[in-house]
Design a protein around this ligand. Structure first.
Ligand code: NIG
Ligand code: FE
Length: 409
C-alpha cells in the first residue's frame, strides 16, 4: 500500500481564522490572518502579514487549527463486526452479544489467525484514513490478541504500520481488555499471565508507551485493575484506562489515585469520581461516538465535569464493536449536540486535551512557538462550521511536523 506524499513547507500563509490553545494564557484563543513560520518541524514565529512565495502552504483565507489528537483508538483488529451492529438493531445489547460469545472475544478469535504483515497493512490503511480526517497524533491499543504471542504481534504491527506513515503514533498494551476463552474459568490465571509474562515482555521489547485495562463490571474489577496497572507502572509504562463505561465501579477515583494520564469513557462516572478527577492531573477522555454507536443514550456528564474543573479530551474510540468511526470532527459534532460542549471546548478537547491525555501537551496540540508543526487547514472558514457541517470530511490539508501530507483543492 502506498504512503501519501509528504512535502516540507516553510510556513502556512494567508491564514483566515486560526484557533489554538495558548500555553501562556492557558486558554483557547481565536485569531485572524497572517502566517505561521515553520522550521525543523516546529512552529517558530507568527507574523501578521502573508507571503506569496511558493515554499509556503497557502491557506487561502480558510480556517487553521492544530492537528487533531485522537488519544484512544483500537485499530489492531482483523475483521469488522457488522453482524453485531445489526443484532443491536434487533434488540440485543452490547453486553448480551458479548455474553453470547460475540464482542471482543469474537475479534480475538479472528486476530489470532491473521499474519503480522496482513494486520500491519490493515492498520496502515486505517491510520492513513485518520490522517485524511485531520488526525496528526494517535494512540493505538492492542487488546484483541489476549495471548502473549498475539498481543506482541498486535503491538509490532502497530509499530510497523506507523513507521510507514508520518502520523505520530503512541501505543498501548491492552492485554486486560477481556478474559480470553481459554481462561474463562480461571481469571486469576490470566491476570498472572498478564503480570508475570506479558507486561515484562511488552516493556522489555519497548513495544508500548501505556498500559490500559477494561475496568468494568463483568470484566476486571477495580482491585484487579489496580494490581495490573501497578505492575505496568513498575515496568515504566504510563497508565490510562477504560473506566466507568457502563456501570460506576470507582474507576475514575482509582485513575486519580494512581495518577493515570487519563480515565476513559466515564459515561457512568459518580459525583465522587468527578471530584477526584477535578483535584488530580488525570484527564477525562470522553468518547461520545461509543454512546452514539451503541445507541444507549447515556452520555458522559461533560458539563458537570467542565464546571468542576476537570480537563477533558475527546477521542474516537475507533474499534469494530462499539464505534466504527475514526472521524474526530464527527466526534466534535456529537460533543456539541449531546455533551453540550461549545465548538471551542470541543476543539480544545480534541487538540490540547488529547495531547495532555498522552503526556504530550508541552509540545503537541497547539499552534504556538516551539510546538510541533502539526495542523489542519479546513475547507471551512470558521471553527464553528467544523462540528456544524457533519457527515463529510472538511479537511483540506493535513500538516505533520511541518510536512504537507494531503493536497486537496
Ligand atoms: O472501548 N470497552 C471496551 N473496549 C472497546 C470495545 C471493544 C470492542 O467491542 O471490540 C471500547 O468500547
Ligand atoms: Fe476503548
Amino acid at each position: 500500500m502506498n504512503a501519501p506524499y509528504s512535502i516540507p513547507v516553510k510556513g502556512i500563509t494567508n491564514i483566515g481564522q486560526w484557533i489554538s490553545w495558548n500555553p501562556d494564557s492557558h486558554k483557547m484563543e481565536v485569531r485572524e490572518g497572517g502566517t505561521w513560520l515553520i522550521n525543523e518541524g516546529k512552529f517558530v514565529e507568527y507574523l501578521p502579514q502573508s507571503f506569496s512565495d511558493s515554499g509556503f502552504l497557502d491557506a487561502k483565507g480558510r480556517l487553521l487549527t492544530p492537528g487533531l489528537v485522537d488519544s484512544h483508538t483500537h485499530p489492531a483488529f482483523a475483521t469488522t463486526r457488522e453482524d453485531e451492529f445489526e443484532m443491536r438493531a434487533t434488540g440485543m445489547s452490547y453486553q448480551e452479544i458479548a455474553k453470547a460469545g460475540g464482542g471482543i472475544r469474537n475479534s480475538v478469535r479472528k486476530l489470532r489467525e491473521i499474519s503480522e504483515a496482513d494486520l500491519s497493512d490493515l492498520i496502515f490503511g486505517r491510520l492513513r484514513l485518520m490522517m485524511e480526517h485531520g488526525t496528526t497524533t494517535v494512540e493505538c491499543k492492542s487488546g484483541y490478541g489476549l495471548s502473549t504471542e498475539s498481543e506482541l504481534k498486535s503491538l509490532r504491527a502497530i509499530h510497523s504500520a506507523s513507521n510507514r506513515l508520518p502520523i505520530r503514533t503512541l501505543s498501548t498494551f491492552l492485554g486486560a481488555h477481556e478474559v480470553p476463552d481459554e481462561f474463562q474459568d480461571n481469571k486469576t490465571g490470566y491476570i498472572n499471565l498478564l503480570i508475570h509474562e506479558m507486561i515484562p515482555k511488552v516493556a522489555g521489547d519497548n513495544l508500548a508507551d501505556f498500559c490500559d485495562v477494561f475496568c468494568e463490571e463483568g470484566v476486571f474489577t477495580v482491585g484487579e485493575t489496580r494490581k495490573i496497572l501497578e505492575v505496568a507502572q513498575a515496568h515504566g509504562l504510563e497508565l490510562k484506562f477504560h473506566a466507568d463505561e457502563f456501570i460506576s465501579t470507582g474507576g475514575a477515583e482509582l485513575a486519580a489515585g494512581i495518577q493515570a494520564l487519563s480515565a476513559d469513557h466515564l459515561m457512568a462516572i459518580s459525583e465522587e469520581g468527578i471530584r477526584a478527577l477535578a483535584i488530580s492531573d488525570t484527564v477525562a477522555t470522553l468518547l461520545p461516538g461509543t454512546t452514539f454507536f451503541l445507541g444507549t443514550g447515556t452520555w458522559a456528564p461533560a458539563r458537570k465535569m467542565l464546571e468542576s474543573g476537570v480537563t477533558l479530551a475527546l477521542a474516537t474510540d475507533f474499534n469494530p464493536g462499539s464505534n466504527m468511526s475514526l472521524s474526530m470532527s464527527f466526534i466534535m459534532t456529537l460533543a456539541v449536540i449531546y455533551l453540550k460542549m461549545t465548538s471551542l471546548e470541543a476543539f480544545q478537547a480534541a487538540t490540547y486535551g488529547g495531547a495532555k491525555a498522552l503526556g504530550l501537551s508541552d509540545n503537541t496540540g497547539a499552534i504556538a512557538v516551539g510546538y510541533t508543526a502539526d495542523a489542519v487547514i479546513w475547507s471551512a472558514f470558521n471553527y464553528k462550521q467544523v462540528p456544524y457541517y457533519y457527515g463529510i470530511n472538511q479537511v483540506a490539508e493535513t500538516v505533520i511536523q511541518g510536512n504537507c501530507i494531503l493536497k486537496r483543492q
